[in-house]
Write a protein that binds this ligand. Structure first.
Ligand code: HEC
Ligand code: HEC
Ligand code: HEC
Ligand code: HEC
Ligand code: HEC
Ligand code: HEC
Ligand code: HEC
Ligand code: HEC
Ligand code: HEC
Ligand code: HEC
Length: 393
């Protein structure tokens, strides 16, 4: 823990975004140099991953040992030390690598000695595909070079010794891209669920080198086309009558990480509910255990996909089957029944719900499948017939 005062009077760099220009450095020149993120310019890190690599070149071992990077945690300029993830030497110079965890908005780091200031503005994106690769305000590492020469000194086709990959087999794949692995191994190691082609370091099946042959781009056009090129039989989703919003727009990666993730199917959040309520925010309340709220047991079990398809279906509301069939698939005593519940000859299916004219009359007309204030997930209390009077006088 350091305790460093940062905002000395007269600093002009406070407004800059990613900025480490000579303008805000103290007069004494220092030997070390920030190689990435690139200094200067008004740039913002727009990314889905909330981290960024900081690579500093120190003139020698002594200088590297003295380097201190701290995250500024309050207005007083107190800092929390960031430990390097690796320190490597080449031709006398020492390259110190850090991983900076970014928060939305301004992130300020203090580099010492010299009280240099590194300001990174982070704008989270749900998907990189929403990023214009030519956006002049966005910081992109590979904008001009696939591997800048300062990095190519060490980052070449050679895999790190502990990579534990079957290189013999991988080399047979034309897209095997070992140079990517040496910097991006975090994408494909340490995740509980890995995606086949990324784990095989076939990065260039999905990534392209831009027109210049130098900068790297993610896919252009729709990402689903790339996914379907291997997952051929899933392309039938696009022929169904109800295609889920983000699937219809081809944005597979808003839910799936194409490299790997800690949740099954490489989803970036818990598939039970979290992945869904990230967008369907009006369903967030279903996660909070409120007293007096009757939960539908299945939400804590299988979650939303017990009833909804995340991709596409032939039924309204992305349901796996017509409403009553979905319900009866678990509540088996109701299977095939078209009337007789909850009373006498009560119908269980009609084309129109008298209470909600835009919907069919189904189990969901009286029960809220997501949970309700009343026992048995009912839309009203059975006491005093309140539930009945929602539709009957
Ligand atoms: C199956 C296709 C596919 C493969 C294989 C793949 N990528 Fe990606 N990658 C993508 C897509 C699509 C994105 C954009 C994701 C988004 O933000 O929606 C992306 C984004 C990235 C990013 C930006 C950070 C992030 O996670 O969003 C990095 C870095 C990256 N890929 C590196 C690699 C490396 C290195 C490999 C090989 C080990 C690789 N990719 C293999 C499809 C792929
Ligand atoms: C002196 C050699 C050397 C130089 C020069 C060098 N690196 Fe590295 N870098 C390494 C080594 C060794 C690793 C560890 C590789 C591994 O174990 O996967 C590494 C790892 C990385 C990683 C992954 C770190 C992690 O844990 O997530 C990134 C990103 C990276 N380097 C970026 C860069 C960039 C950008 C440059 C140029 C500005 C650069 N490196 C220059 C040697 C070097
Ligand atoms: C010298 C290290 C290094 C090598 C080699 C490297 N990358 Fe990167 N890459 C980075 C760094 C650093 C970033 C910025 C994100 C960060 O700081 O973690 C990045 C970002 C990306 C991004 C996000 C868009 C961008 O330009 O910032 C993609 C996509 C990507 N890399 C793909 C690849 C692919 C594919 C390869 C292999 C052809 C590759 N990278 C090789 C260091 C490297
Ligand atoms: C180069 C071929 C290839 C591409 C392109 C590709 N995948 Fe895959 N994918 C695979 C392979 C191989 C597996 C592993 C096979 C398996 O376990 O069924 C897999 C598995 C998966 C799985 C897990 C399936 C399961 O049943 O466990 C998901 C989810 C997935 N891919 C999504 C995607 C998405 C999203 C994209 C587009 C961004 C994509 N894939 C692009 C080859 C590919
Ligand atoms: C709204 C989030 C979301 C989007 C968008 C999405 N998926 Fe999925 N995907 C899931 C979930 C959740 C699962 C887990 C399986 C389940 O519960 O049905 C899954 C499972 C999968 C599987 C394995 C099981 C299966 O059903 O075949 C594949 C392959 C897959 N997705 C590919 C894709 C592709 C390709 C796209 C883009 C066309 C895509 N996904 C878009 C959420 C999504
Ligand atoms: C990336 C944002 C996003 C994620 C994540 C997402 N959805 Fe959606 N969802 C949409 C959009 C956009 C629509 C279409 C617009 C609309 O009708 O609200 C939609 C529509 C729906 C509908 C139909 C609504 C209607 O009125 O017809 C259902 C049901 C649904 N989503 C369920 C889910 C489930 C279940 C998950 C989790 C597996 C999920 N969504 C994850 C964006 C998302
Ligand atoms: C037990 C089955 C079931 C589960 C589990 C379920 N739903 Fe639904 N959902 C339905 C049914 C049935 C409808 C149609 C309701 C109707 O006709 O009133 C629906 C409708 C919807 C709609 C569109 C109309 C509305 O009420 O907003 C969205 C969005 C939706 N569900 C999202 C979710 C999300 C997100 C989850 C997980 C938190 C989830 N559902 C869990 C059965 C379910
Ligand atoms: C994937 C299985 C599944 C589906 C589909 C399903 N349910 Fe359930 N349902 C459950 C489980 C599990 C419980 C909790 C049972 C318990 O706690 O004993 C439950 C509880 C209920 C209850 C409360 C009564 C009780 O026994 O506690 C009602 C009412 C109900 N469900 C109605 C519906 C309706 C209406 C639908 C269709 C929209 C539906 N369910 C779809 C699994 C399911
Ligand atoms: C006309 C309104 C209405 C419709 C439509 C309806 N229910 Fe019910 N349901 C009720 C009422 C009211 C109760 C509570 C009965 C009681 O307290 O005696 C109930 C109770 C239940 C219960 C819990 C008690 C039990 O019998 O196990 C389940 C499960 C259930 N309904 C499932 C369904 C399913 C599945 C459908 C569609 C096939 C459906 N309901 C359609 C009104 C309805
Ligand atoms: C969501 C709306 C809705 C709710 C709630 C509802 N009903 Fe109905 N009910 C209907 C519809 C629609 C019909 C068929 C058309 C009609 O007869 O009005 C019906 C028909 C009936 C019938 C005539 C069945 C026959 O013999 O043909 C009775 C009796 C009845 N309801 C009693 C009840 C009772 C008791 C409750 C409360 C436990 C209740 N309903 C709750 C919509 C509802």
């Amino acid at each position: 823990m350091g305790n460093i005062r940062l905002f000395a009077a007269g600093r002009v760099c406070a407004l800059a975004l990613v900025l480490l220009s000579a303008a805000c450095l103290p007069a004494t020149a220092l030997g070390y140099e920030v190689l990435s993120p690139s200094p200067g310019g008004k740039e913002t890190v727009k990314a889905r991953r909330s981290s960024s690599h900081l690579v500093i070149r120190a003139a020698d071992k002594a200088e590297a040992a003295n380097l201190e990077v701290g995250r500024v945690i309050n207005r007083d300029g107190d800092t929390k030390t960031v430990a390097p993830v690796g320190t490597y030497e080449k031709d006398g110079a020492v390259y110190v690598h850090y991983v900076l965890d970014l928060k939305k908005g301004r992130n300020i780091y203090a580099l010492n000695p010299g009280e240099k200031e590194l300001v990174i503005r982070y704008q989270p994106l749900r998907t990189l595909l929403k990023l214009d690769p030519d956006d002049p305000d966005a910081y992109l590492f590979h904008r001009t070079d696939v591997v800048p020469s300062a990095c190519a000194l060490c980052h070449d086709e050679k895999l790190p010794g502990d990579a534990n990959l079957d290189v013999e087999t991988l080399r047979k794949n034309a897209d095997f891209s070992p140079v990517c692995y040496s910097c991006h191994r975090r994408l494909t190691s340490g995740n509980k669920w890995l995606h086949g082609p990324a784990a095989a370091v076939a990065c260039m099946t999905c990534h392209r080198k831009g027109d210049s042959g130098r900068k790297i781009t993610t896919l252009t056009g729709r990402v689903d086309e790339t996914c379907f090129s291997c997952h051929i039989n899933r392309s039938r989703w696009m022929k169904k009558s109800f295609i889920h919003g983000p699937v219809a727009t081809g944005d597979c990666t808003v839910c799936h990480d194409p490299h790997g993730a800690d949740f099954p199917f490489m989803l970036w959040a818990d598939p039970k509910m979290d992945i869904c309520i990230a967008c369907h925010t009006n369903k967030k309340g279903l996660k909070r255990k409120k007293s007096g709220f009757v939960e539908h047991g299945i939400l804590a079990g299988q979650g939303c996909s017990a009833c909804h398809s995340p991709h596409a279906t032939n039924h309204r509301f992305q349901l796996a089957a017509p409403v009553n069939e979905v319900c009866a698939s678990c509540h088996v005593s109701m299977k095939g029944i078209s009337s007789g519940h909850p009373v006498g000859k009560h119908p269980l299916y009609l084309p129109v719900d008298p209470r909600r004219k835009d919907r069919e009359f189904t189990c969901a007309s009286c029960h809220n499948p997501h949970g309700a204030k009343y026992k048995n997930l009912l839309i009203g209390s059975v006491l005093g017939g309140h539930v009945c009077s929602k539709c009957h006088n």
